[in-house]
Design a protein around this ligand. Structure first.
Ligand SMILES: [Fe+2]
Length: 373
């Protein structure tokens, strides 16, 4: 057992199980279960249902390809939801997408969480649902759910607003109150989206129920059915927490986006009684105050990006400076150690959405190893 080894969850797909393992496989407590190059002989169904881990250093080796792959998945998702016509082909494509996203997220969850709000193309609404799918998947993993349940979360998040996606961006731009028709559509969208799924061959009851209940609150104050407590299935509770956090901390429109620490505090205060407390605690543990994608101001006035997971209770130690003290994009991004006096974390920082969208993100994930601090 290697005590100092940084591990991250990994998913064993059926394809992966057909050949020799491409990486060492560990248990959650760091015990080496199987060496790279060996084959797993146990029952495939049993293996697919279990949680496994791989060394983070192995995952980082193929990190540069993660962002283009995530972008491709998002483009496929946008096209699919735009043409959704309740066919078995639509459902098969959605399932494939959910599996691909889960696999990518297992290997490169930091890239996925960091980049979810800034993916090119699509609408704000599709970007939000895609981000919720990533966060819900990670919550499922943090809660110790098996791979099958985690994938149900991804499928449900991707389709929870299916009936609204074509209108969502137009309505989000409206100042003032929505019309009565618009309010009714918003109120009914969990049921309407669930109806669309029920008409689509290949979906299942758990998936559909999660969509139907994704705006229900534990105290009965949610909609459309005002369900309470145990009447709400666990998958819907996870979606509710992920949806709320993404709307606060990760919102792709950038409007009203809150620093992660404040988002957690508001969720604790405002949504007390609404949200499942166990799921909320899992979110708090997972994201903390500095999830990947957080911008911070350093003591030397540089703006830096948190691009790796850090412990929920501490400030990030290794960050990537991207904006100079004079406000210009740095020609070469610099890894900074925040325990050094000049690079201490001062506060959260913000760039507007346009600035963020135009950042050369690929450079963040393609740093040379010898550049790292
Ligand atoms: Fe919704």
């Amino acid at each position: 057992m290697e005590n100092s080894l940084a591990l991250q969850p990994c998913r064993l797909s059926p394809e992966l199980l057909q050949g020799p393992l491409p990486f060492d496989l560990y248990s959650s407590n760091g015990i080496l279960l199987s060496k790279q190059g060996s084959r797993l002989n146990s029952n495939v169904e049993t293996l697919l249902a279990k949680s496994f881990f791989r060394a983070q250093r192995d995952a980082e080796r193929d990190e540069a390809g993660a962002l283009p792959l995530l972008q491709t998945l998002f483009s496929r998702y946008g096209e699919l939801t735009e043409r959704w016509s309740c066919t078995i082909e639509d459902v098969c494509e959605l399932k494939l997408l959910a599996d691909d996203l889960a696999e990518l997220c297992d290997a490169h969850s930091d890239v996925c969480v960091c980049m979810a709000p800034y993916l090119a193309g699509g609408s704000y609404a599709t970007r939000h649902s895609f981000a919720v799918a990533i966060v819900a998947l990670m919550l499922g993993s943090t809660l110790g759910w098996n791979a099958g349940r985690q994938v149900t979360l991804v499928r449900a998040a991707m389709t929870m607003n299916l009936s609204l996606l074509s209108n969502h961006d137009d309505w989000a731009g409206i100042r003032g109150r929505l019309s009565e028709y618009q309010q009714m559509s918003v109120h009914r969208h969990p049921c309407l989206s669930a109806d669309l799924l029920a008409q689509s061959p290949g979906t299942d009851l758990r998936w559909i129920s999660a969509v139907e209940q994704h705006h229900e609150n534990l105290d009965g104050s949610g909609y459309p059915l005002a369900l309470k407590g145990e009447e709400i299935i666990p998958e819907a509770r996870v979606l509710r927490v992920a949806d709320t956090w993404c709307a606060m901390a990760l919102h792709p429109s950038g409007r009203g986006r809150k620093p992660p620490r404040l988002a957690l505090r508001e969720m604790m205060d405002v949504a007390r009684g609404h949200l499942d407390h166990t799921v909320f605690l899992a979110l708090k543990k997972l994201m903390g105050a500095y999830p990947p994608g957080t911008l911070i101001r350093l003591a030397n006035r540089e703006t830096a990006l948190v691009h790796r997971w850090v412990s929920a209770v501490s400030a990030p130690r290794a960050v990537l400076s991207i904006i100079s003290p004079t406000g210009e994009l740095m020609r070469k991004f610099r890894h900074r150690n925040t325990t050094q006096f000049g690079f201490r974390v001062r506060d959260y920082a913000q760039l507007n959405l346009l600035q963020m969208s135009r950042l050369p993100w690929q450079r963040v994930w393609a740093q040379d190893d010898d550049e790292k601090a």
